[in-house]
Design a protein around this ligand. Structure first.
Ligand code: SF4
Length: 295
């Protein structure tokens, strides 16, 4: 007899499956959905399969910081070009500030001022007249296996070295570590955005950039059609693995086996560590740990 857990799990699954003898539906996914499975299949199950969703831990300050900075930059581009001046940044950041997850008001204030400094420096380097192709723009593309959609932070309209129009994917980063070209090259999310943006905007899109606001550095990579195809192929493999796991559960398999826990250093940062038997044995992080640093 199926456990109550497996009944709960399978209730969320059929929308991904076709009927017998009919072609299966495409696997609908975002970069974070694919990334969740790659990081830990159990985390994928908690996030996307189990319903109701298991209770998450408290909000993370680093997510609040990232959301605040991203929205401020979105609103920079929503401001008329003749008003895009570094002097508007404090108002933009104040209006979008997310206060959850910080240790206390002193820490929050320090992080706010740190973020303000990053943003003022960053926008000083932007051309106020520049209008990107998209800001927080959803791009989508289908393959024979998956229907991908994702929200790119920014998609720039530029010209390549030969003067031809191209689209460039820009992703803002606010974490501690500076990033390098290998991070840009290895990012499946950026590659999928590029793959989709080329189709949406009908222009080449092979350059992806990570803009690290804390250091003001840009880590870039120029993909080739082949390297983008490799990223798409790996995303399709992940999609097939997920579908196979979901089918196994639908067929009465043990959801714990179909979506195995992969405990590791990421557990400390996982929203489901408290409800996950494997993860709860791993050391916890405080919600504000990632933003805690001397100023
Ligand atoms: S706590 Fe660790 S093992 Fe459990 S779901 Fe999260 S990442 Fe996976």
């Amino acid at each position: 007899m199926a456990s109550s857990r497996s009944r709960t799990v399978s209730a969320a699954i059929p929308e991904q499956l076709g009927f017998a003898g009919m072609p299966e539906r495409l696997f609908v996914c975002t970069p974070s959905k694919l990334g969740a499975y790659t990081d830990c299949p159990r985390r994928y199950r908690y996030s996307y399969v189990d319903r109701p969703t298991p209770q998450k831990g408290p909000p993370w300050a680093h997510n609040s910081l990232g959301a605040s900075v991203h929205t401020a930059l979105k609103n920079w581009y929503a401001t008329a070009p003749d008003r895009r001046d570094p002097s508007i940044v404090p108002a933009l950041l104040r209006a979008t500030w997310v206060s959850e997850g910080y240790r206390d008001s002193d820490q929050q204030r320090a992080v706010y001022h740190r973020a303000l400094g990053w943003l003022e420096t960053y926008v000083t380097g932007l051309d106020p007249a520049d209008e990107p192709l998209g800001v927080e723009r959803v791009v989508a593309a289908k393959t024979s296996v998956l229907a991908f959609n994702g929200r790119a932070d920014r998609i720039d309209a530029r010209v390549d070295d030969d003067g031809r129009p191209e689209a460039v994917i820009v992703d803002y980063k606010t974490g501690r570590s500076e990033l390098d070209a290998d991070d840009a090259r290895g990012s499946q999310a950026l590659a999928l955005y590029a793959y989709a943006a080329a189709r949406v905007f009908r222009r080449p899109c092979v350059r992806v950039e990570l803009h690290h606001l804390p250091t003001g550095t840009v880590a870039a990579h120029e993909h080739t059609p082949e390297s983008l195809d490799r990223h798409v192929g790996r995303a399709e493999e992940t999609a097939r693995d997920i579908l196979a796991a979901e089918k196994a559960v639908t067929a009465g398999g043990d959801p714990d086996e179909a979506f195995p826990a992969q405990p590791g250093t990421l557990c400390g940062w996982c929203d489901f560590r408290r409800v996950c038997p494997a993860g709860s044995a791993m050391p916890a992080k405080e919600p504000w740990t990632a933003v805690d640093r001397p100023d």
